[in-house]
Design a protein around this ligand. Structure first.
Ligand code: ADP
Ligand code: MN
Ligand code: MN
Ligand code: MN
Length: 337
C-alpha cells in the first residue's frame, strides 16, 4: 500500500525562520525522493524564479499518522543543487566534520510557551495569574496548564525515535521545557527541529499554539531560553579543557550573542536567572552567569558546561556551529584534545 511522507523544512522568514511542511504519497517501498516547493510563498525566492528543492536529510516514523507514515526533515537547495542561503545546516556540516574527532555532545533545553486566544495559556482574560514561584516543576490544576499536550508530545517524540531526555513545567504558567540530547551537533539539531514540528502539530489538535518567543509576557515573568549543554571527549575527561572552553567563549562572546536568537537583549537583562547580554561571565553553579559549570562537574573535575544565553527561538544549526568552532578550535590550539 502507498504511504504518507510529511516533508518538513525551515523557511526564509526573518529574523526567525518558521517550519513548513507538506505531504507526499509514496509507493510502497519507495524511498522519499528529492522534491520541491514554491519558494516565493516562504520568503525563499521571487515569483519569477520560485522553485526551491527539498533534499531529505533525516527521516523517522510519524507518530501522529502512525502505520508506515514518516516525517522527512529536509535541507533547502537552489535548483542547481547548491545550498539555499537560508540553509544553515549546510554551514554546520563542514565544521562538524572538521572537529569530528573531538566528539562534541550537546543537550539542548528547549523552553516554549503555549498560547490560546492571544494570551499565554492559563493567563486570565485581561489580567495576570499569581506571581512566579509555584509553577516551576509544579503539580496540580492551580499550578500547571497544558500537561495533556506535553505528555502527548513526549510520547510522540519517543515513538519517533528522537533523543528526547526529559520534560518539566517552567517558571511562568503555560511555559514548559523539553530536552534533546546528548547527541552530536547535526543529530541534536535535526532532532530538535523534528521535536518542534511535533510540538506545533500536536498542540494544533488542542487548538493551542506553541511559541518560541524569548519574552512571551512583558513584566516580571521569565523569558524562554534554549540552554545549550556542551562537552567534548577531552572535557568529559578533565577540568583544564572545561576552563579552556569557557575562556574561548569569553573571547568570542559578541559573535555568539549575534547567533543566539532574535530579541536576545530583551531576555538577557541580568534579571530572571540571566546574565546581561553585553557582559560575559562563567561560574560554578551560577544561574546568573552566561555559562554555568554544574556543581557536580566542579567536584568530578570533568563533564560539561551549560551556555545559558541561547534564546528559545535559536536555530540550533547556528548555535552548535558556533560552539564547536569556538571551543574545539581553542582546545586544538591548547593541545587539549
Ligand atoms: P538544567 O539543570 O539546567 O535544567 P537539564 O536537565 O534540563 O538541565 O538539561 C541538561 C541537558 O544536558 C540534558 O539534555 C542532558 O542530556 C545534557 N547533558 C548531560 N551530560 C552532557 C554532556 N556530557 N555533554 C552535553 N550535554 C550533556
Ligand atoms: Mn532544564
Ligand atoms: Mn528551563
Ligand atoms: Mn538549564
Amino acid at each position: 500500500m502507498s504511504y504518507k511522507a510529511e516533508y518538513i523544512w525551515i523557511d526564509g522568514t526573518e529574523p526567525t525562520a518558521k517550519l513548513r511542511s507538506k505531504t507526499k504519497v509514496l509507493a510502497d517501498g519507495a524511498e522519499p525522493p528529492i522534491w520541491g516547493f514554491d519558494g516565493s510563498s516562504t520568503n525563499q525566492a521571487t515569483g519569477d524564479a520560485s522553485d526551491c528543492v527539498l533534499k531529505p536529510v533525516f527521516t523517522c516514523p510519524d507518530p501522529i499518522r502512525g502505520g508506515d507514515s514518516v516525517l522527512v526533515l529536509c535541507e533547502v537547495l537552489l535548483p542547481d543543487m547548491t545550498p539555499h542561503p537560508s540553509n544553515s545546516r549546510a554551514l554546520l556540516t563542514p565544521v562538524a566534520e572538521r572537529f569530528a574527532e573531538q566528539d562534541s555532545w550537546f543537550g539542548i533545553e528547549q523552553e516554549y510557551t503555549f498560547f490560546k486566544d492571544g494570551r499565554p495559556y492559563g493567563f486570565p482574560v485581561g489580567g495576570f495569574p499569581g506571581p512566579q514561584g509555584p509553577y516551576y516543576c509544579g503539580i496540580g490544576a492551580d499550578e500547571v496548564v497544558g500537561r495533556d499536550i506535553v505528555e502527548a508530545h513526549l510520547d510522540a517524540c519517543i515513538e519517533a525515535g528522537l533523543k528526547i531526555s526529559g520534560i518539566n513545567a517552567e517558571v511562568m504558567p503555560g511555559q514548559w521545557e523539553f530536552q534533546i540530547g546528548p547527541a552530536g551537533p547535526l543529530e541534536v539539531s535535526d532532532h530538535l527541529w523534528m521535536a518542534r514540528y511535533l510540538l506545533y502539530r500536536i498542540a494544533e489538535d488542542y487548538g493551542v499554539a506553541a511559541t518560541l518567543d524569548p519574552k512571551p509576557a512583558k513584566g516580571d515573568w521569565n523569558g524562554a531560553g534554549a540552554h545549550t549543554n556542551f562537552s567534548t571527549a577531552a572535557m568529559r575527561e578533565g577540568y583544564d579543557p572545561i576552563v579552556t572552553a569557557c575562556e574561548a567563549l569569553a573571547e568570542r562572546a559578541a559573535e555568539h550573542i549575534k547567533g543566539y536568537g532574535s530579541g536576545i537583549e530583551q531576555r538577557l537583562t541580568g534579571h530572571h536567572e540571566t546574565a546581561p547580554w553585553s557582559e560575559f561571565s562563567y561560574g560554578v553553579s551560577n544561574r546568573g552567569a552566561s555559562v554555568r559549570i554544574p556543581w557536580q562537574v566542579a567536584i568530578d573535575k570533568k563533564g560539561y558546561i551549560e551556555d545559558r544565553r541561547p534564546n528559545a527561538n535559536i536555530d540550533p544549526y547556528v548555535v552548535t556551529r558556533l560552539m564547536v568552532d569556538t571551543c574545539c578550535s581553542a582546545l586544538e590550539k591548547a593541545g587539549q584534545v
